[in-house]
Every structure is written in C-alpha cells, then in structure tokens.
Design a protein around this ligand. Structure first.
Ligand code: NDP
Length: 249
C-alpha cells in the first residue's frame, strides 16, 4: 500500500485477534506502531513476538477509562514523534437475549465499544489537528452496525453508533485533512469469536455466507491498511463492508 512506510500508527486492542494481525501487517508495510491491550502479559508477548518485524511499542490501557485513554495517546505521540494513523480497534462482545439483558451488561459493552472508541479518537484527533499534518483514522464497526443479529442488542447498538460517530468526525475533521472511515467486518475467526461460538455453530454459520467460509484476521488487516493508505486518499466518511457477501442476501 502507498503511504504507510515510516508512519506513526496507534492501534487499540493490538494484542489479540484482528488488532494483532493488523500490527503485523503495518510493520510489514514499514510503519511504526504504538498499541494497547488490557492484559500486561499479552502486551509484553506481542512486543516480543513482533519486534523482529520493526518498531513496535505498547502498554496496558483500558480505553473506556478517560484518564488511561488520555495518558495512552500522550505516550503514543511521544513515542512515535507524531501520530499519522489511528486504528481504533478495541471491542468486546458476548451473546445475551434482549429480554434478559441487564443494565450492567449494556453499560459494559457500550463503555468499551463506544465510549472507549470516542475517547481514543478524540484524543488522537486533537493531536492531529494541532500538528496540522493531516492523518487517517479508521474506527472498527461491524456488519452488526448495519444489520441486526439476535442476542447482540448491546453490541449491535454500539457498532451502529460508531458508524454515526465516524460520519460526524468526517464532517468536522475533513477540513483539517484528516480522513475518517469505518470497517464493517462480518464473521472473523478470532479469540473473541471462538470465546462465543462452538466449532459446530461456526460450521453451520458459514451456510449464511455466500463465500462459504468465515473471514481471517489478516483479511481485516488488509482492509485497515487500504483505508489508512494513500490508495484510499478520496475515501472519507464511509464504511467498508467485508463479510463474504452475507449482507448481499
Ligand atoms: P479479540 O477479543 O480477539 O481482541 C480484542 C482486543 O481488544 C484484545 O487485544 C483486547 O486486549 C483488547 N481489549 C478488549 N477490551 C479492551 C479495553 N477495555 N481496553 C483496551 N483494549 C481492550 O477481538 P477481535 O479481534 O475479534 O475484535 C477486534 C475488533 O473487531 C472489535 O472491535 C470487534 O467488535 C470487531 N469485530 C470483530 C468481528 C469478529 O468476528 N471477530 C467482526 C466484526 C467486528 P486483551 O487481549 O489484553 O484483553
């Protein structure tokens, strides 16, 4: 991809699943990375595993905690010498019937997926505007932000809201040369997905996907790389769906 070499890239949730594959992809593109995760041992392991590929640093940060989010972004800017790209990726999910959904569970999902996404995006955007060098921001939404799925009312609501957050950011940040877009993956096989669904469920689920398989984290990493790169220089305020054709039905 054009325009990723030597860029300072911030990734939230970079220690597992899609975020981990994305960190690997951006290192291969020659970017420099500062990421966060929740578990200290996973963060340390990621740095150890990916350091041979290039410059990667990271720390523990709960993105839903405002103080931690502010500290993380400040540390990232200092380490990278300026943030060019934000991949706002961290998110959580679990299944729950709507009629039994507790307010605590609703708040938890919305707090990480939406409040956390907003806090990191706001802090990075402030710094990009002050630096006046433009930038690219990709928010992680989901196919479930575009269409409902049973047992995910809280998750789906958070992802739908992220799409409107992205569109509003695009209106306000476009004049500063900062492009903002969102990714909407369908079913991607990651630790998150495997923590929810059995192999039998996944085998049956692929019947809903015209391509006949679930997606891989590396395929989402490629979409992140495209949206963040100069190859997507006129893409702004839009959501990119990669779901094997599931929503085409
Ligand atoms: P994983 O659970 O595999 O990885 C999630 C990452 O986010 C981990 O690095 C985790 O850190 C981090 N994380 C979780 N909570 C927080 C928090 N409060 N603060 C900071 N970091 C946190 O998830 P996926 O890779 O599957 O998902 C990544 C994103 O992609 C999510 O936003 C998800 O909603 C979205 N998505 C996933 C799809 C899928 O099918 N897998 C489909 C569509 C969208 P740690 O490991 O330290 O806990």
């Amino acid at each position: 991809m054009r325009g990723l070499k030597n860029k300072g890239v911030v990734i939230t949730g970079g220690s597992r699943g899609i975020g981990l594959a994305t960190a690997r992809r951006f290192l291969e593109e020659g970017s420099r990375i500062y990421f966060c995760g929740l578990e200290a041992d996973e963060v340390a392991q990621t740095i150890q595993d990916l350091s041979p590929l290039g410059t990667i640093q990271g720390q523990v940060c709960d993105v839903s905690d405002e103080e931690q989010a502010i500290q993380f972004v400040a540390a990232a800017e200092e380490a990278l010498g300026g943030i060019d790209i934000l991949l706002d990726n961290a998110g959580i999910a679990w299944e729950e019937n709507f009629l039994e959904m507790t307010a605590e569970h609703w708040d938890k999902i919305l707090s990480v997926n939406l409040r956390g996404m907003f806090l990191i995006a706001r802090e990075v955007s402030k710094r990009m505007v002050a630096r006046a060098s433009g930038g690219a921001i990709v928010l992680m939404a989901s196919k479930n932000g575009l269409a409902g799925e049973v047992k995910y009312a809280h998750y789906n609501a958070s992802k739908g809201a992220i799409i409107m957050l992205m569109k509003t950011m695009a209106l306000e940040l476009g004049p500063h040369g900062i492009r903002v877009n969102a990714l909407c993956p369908g079913y991607i096989l990651t630790p998150l997905a495997e923590s929810i669904d059995s192999p039998e469920f996944i085998a049956a689920y692929v019947n809903n996907i015209p391509l006949g398989r679930v997606g891989r984290p590396e395929e989402v990493a490629a979409a992140y790389a495209f949206l963040a790169s100069d190859d997507a220089s006129f893409m702004h305020g839009t959501e990119l769906l990669l779901d094997g054709g599931q929503l085409a039905q």
